[in-house]
Design a protein around this ligand. Structure first.
Ligand code: AP5
Length: 217
């Protein structure tokens, strides 16, 4: 299956992407994770992306698109993928459409995770991310058994620079201005499904899998 997740920052895209990709046996491709890995490795790409990420703005399309094009050309993405965080605006969506057309394929479905702004702020201000495996935790909603340490791989957890409240509010503005129009874009193509993304993580995964089932092939 070729699937895109959309939703505001903190909707739980990263959290659900891990489980849904495992169920579907496709690679999870997160542009935010790839950028953050480049920032921590000190690469040129990371250096260029960091100033935009820290402000909560989108990284310029030419940088992001080149990175996704390379990733989708890898062997493991041939039979399907789950994109988390890309596309992030209508120009990126059009480029993705062309990229997939060149490969003789297209998206099967776009899954929208629906949550309100106050839930986003609650989730992001308590988020902790693993330096080793990128697994996301939450200090109240999903704490690790030892504070500051990832249960999955034992690495240190950190708080993202863009998870300060004023940056979260700006990321939400960027979302409504640039990313939310994707909902209409994909609805017009008949491939959008939306689910309520509040409540326990497992229930949301169940809802996601039920919504995706009619689109699997
Ligand atoms: P990115 O990493 O994609 O950030 P985002 O879209 O803002 O999304 P988040 O990662 O903040 O949230 P999420 O929805 O994944 O939620 P999560 O599962 O972590 O992008 C970061 C930056 O990179 C962008 O601002 C931009 O600069 C750049 N970038 C990336 N892609 C780009 C692109 N295509 N073009 C240009 N620039 C790009 O969950 C959040 C918290 O909530 C966690 O603590 C989690 O444990 C908790 N949680 C999850 N589910 C639940 C639940 N059901 N109940 C309670 N808590 C929950």
């Amino acid at each position: 299956m070729r699937l895109v997740l959309v939703g505001p920052p903190g909707a739980g895209k990263g959290t659900q992407a891990e489980f849904v990709a495992a169920h579907l046996q496709v690679p999870k491709i997160s542009t935010g994770d790839i950028f953050r890995a480049n920032v921590s490795q000190g690469t040129e790409l990371g250096r260029r992306a960091k100033e935009y990420m820290d402000r909560g703005d989108l990284v310029p399309d030419e940088v992001t698109v080149a990175m996704v094009r390379d990733r989708l050309a890898e062997d493991d993405a041939r039979k399907g993928f789950l994109l988390d965080g890309f596309p992030r605006n209508v120009p990126q969506a059009r480029i993705l459409e062309d990229m997939l057309l060149d490969m003789g394929t297209g998206l099967d479905v776009v899954l929208e995770l629906v949550v309100d702004d106050e839930e986003v702020v609650r989730r992001l201000s308590g988020r902790r991310t693993c330096r080793g495996c990128s697994h996301v935790w939450h200090v109240d909603f999903d704490p690790p058994s030892v504070e500051g340490i990832c249960d999955a791989c034992g690495s240190e957890l950190f708080q993202r620079d863009d998870d300060r409240e004023e940056t979260i509010r700006h990321r939400l503005e960027v979302y409504y201005e640039q990313t939310a129009p994707l909902v209409e874009f994909y609805a017009a193509r008949g491939i959008l499904v939306g689910i309520d993304a509040t409540g326990p993580v497992d229930d949301i995964t169940d809802r996601a899998m039920a919504a995706l089932r009619p689109h699997s092939r």
